[in-house]
Design a protein around this ligand. Structure first.
Ligand code: GAP
Length: 474
């Protein structure tokens, strides 16, 4: 959980990975390579680049939006469709400003900030070495640092024509509060009974002091959150259950499980509302970092909304003599955009190969799970002429309804495979002269680079089977 860090605490060591843990990345995925590939292939662009860029904001290009949508769809299926008692919601980003007083964000959603008086650099006090903080010495130039002061991370604006205190409005810093203020609506409209959950995916905004590492920490980002409402006293059991389920979800995504670990929050890290909190951390090229948090938020949020709104937020248990209580909330909170980065890092590979038709023997490959790959199958005619392009185009049309497809007819076939490898396309279909004669095509697999001949009529079914049985080999 990254919210509400009131106490400045050097936490640099917490995130550092050992050299052996990072060796796997050596010479392969680095943040520079991933950022460069993301731009080159249209996954992610810097926001407003022609004006020099807007820090903390990124634009998702054609491949990036497909990847982000697929990650979101997987999460949504996992958290709503596969449960009988979890409902979806899409609440507004702009909420009544009292929401953020009730939630504690106006008072507590702060980061500790220090400035260098000499070079004017600005740092989060909990991200610079302890000795620099103690000696008030700038880690960049050695100049004198200011005292630590609290800096609220919420973006503040005004609604309506008057810019006075009555018109203050905030961009939401977490999606969770939209769920809490709607919890009674959802009980009534959907006749939900405790335990039940509400899931939401949406934008959140934080005025982050440090926004390096590409899309890892940004000012505008997306969260995938699920709030599970339970009877007090059963909260610890549900907390453990949701930890289990979230871990199993990442296993199902097929990512490298030795790149995941749990981190339990110490008493000095716990947010003011949390009784217990665990982060799922991922081993990014820059070290272990938070990917998702599972939090026991107790009855804090609903009690506070009850107090600030004057509305009764108790649940009435009609199956149990109308027993009344404020539910406890178990939250699972993942960053969608941070998941995009994790999936890119996890999929990135470089390997030496020797397949025919190529003039260089190295390839960069994104080993996405086929369910996540922005393009599932690329159709490549060996030649543009002799009716091969038309035939390939026809095959593409046939597959388009069921699969995300791409069509590429330019350049040597080896180069075209490389381009698809770099975009993470798991399957390529090559149409050649034999295809015209006997109705078969070449199906090429991204990971193994193996090629098999398949009758065109069996292609759709074969792809379905390959996707279902997919197992990552590296
Ligand atoms: N509702 C609880 C909450 O917001 P959090 O730990 O502050 O908890 C949850 O955020 C997740 O949101 C994080 O695990 C991370 O994946 C993502 N996240 C938080 N701040 C972010 C930022 N500035 N940029 C990108 N993702 C962020």
């Amino acid at each position: 959980m990254e919210v509400l860090r009131v106490i400045p605490k050097p936490s640099v060591l917490l995130y550092n990975a050992s050299m052996s843990e990072l060796t796997e990345y050596e010479g392969k995925a680095t943040m520079e390579k991933i950022t460069s590939l993301a731009k080159r292939r249209g996954f992610v662009f810097q926001s407003s680049e022609i004006y020099g860029g807007q820090s903390g904001a990124w634009d998702y290009g054609p491949l990036g939006i497909e990847l982000k949508n697929r990650i979101q769809a997987m999460w949504w299926k996992e958290m709503t469709r596969l449960h009988d008692n979890i409902a979806g919601l899409d609440a507004a980003i702009l909420m009544h400003p009292r929401t953020w007083e009730a939630s504690g964000h106006v008072e507590n959603f702060t980061d500790p900030l220090v400035d260098c008086k000499k070079c004017k650099s600005r740092f989060r006090a909990d991200m610079i070495p302890e000795e620099n903080l103690a000696a008030k010495k700038c880690p960049d130039c050695g100049g004198e640092l200011t005292d630590t002061r609290k800096f609220n991370l919420m973006f503040k604006s005004h609604i309506g024509p008057a810019e006075d205190t009555a018109s203050v409005i905030y961009l939401r810093p977490e999606t969770a509060q939209g769920i809490y203020v709607n919890y009674k609506n959802i009980i009534q409209s959907n006749r939900m009974k405790i335990p039940f959950g509400i899931a939401q995916v949406g934008k959140a905004f934080r005025n982050e002091i440090v926004t390096k590492n590409f899309i890892f920490r940004t000012c505008e980002f997306e969260q995938m959150e699920m709030q599970y409402f339970v009877k007090p006293g059963t909260d610890e059991e549900w907390f453990n259950e949701w930890r289990k389920q979230r871990w199993a979800y990442y296993e199902k995504l097929g990512i490298k499980m030795d790149h995941l670990r749990w981190h339990q929050h110490g008493s000095d890290e716990l947010a003011h509302y949390a009784k217990d909190a665990y982060d799922i951390q991922y081993l990014f090229p820059m070290g272990w970092r938070e990917l998702e948090g599972v939090h026991n938020r107790t009855d804090y949020d609903l009690s506070r909304h009850s107090q600030f709104s004057g509305k009764d937020m108790q649940y009435i248990d009609q199956d149990n003599n109308n027993e009344r209580y404020i539910p406890y909330i178990i939250e699972t909170s993942a960053g969608l955009t941070r998941n995009v980065l994790m999936i890119l890092c996890d999929a990135y590979d470089e390997e030496q190969v020797a397949d025919k038709g190529n003039d260089d023997d190295w390839r960069t490959v994104l080993r996405f799970h086929p369910d996540l790959a922005p393009v599932t199958v690329a159709i490549l005619p060996l030649m543009k002429k002799d009716g091969l392009a038309e035939l390939a185009f026809d095959i593409r049309k046939e597959l388009q309804d069921d699969y995300a497809t791409d069509y590429d007819q330019s350049g040597a076939i080896g180069r075209r495979y490389r381009r698809q490898d770099e975009a993470g396309t798991p399957f390529c279909v090559t149409v050649d002269y034999e295809s015209k004669e006997d109705g078969t095509v070449t199906l090429r697999f991204r990971d193994s680079m193996e090629q098999v001949r398949v009758p065109r009529t069996e292609l759709a079914a074969r792809l379905r089977q390959e996707i279902k049985l997919y197992k990552r080999i590296k």
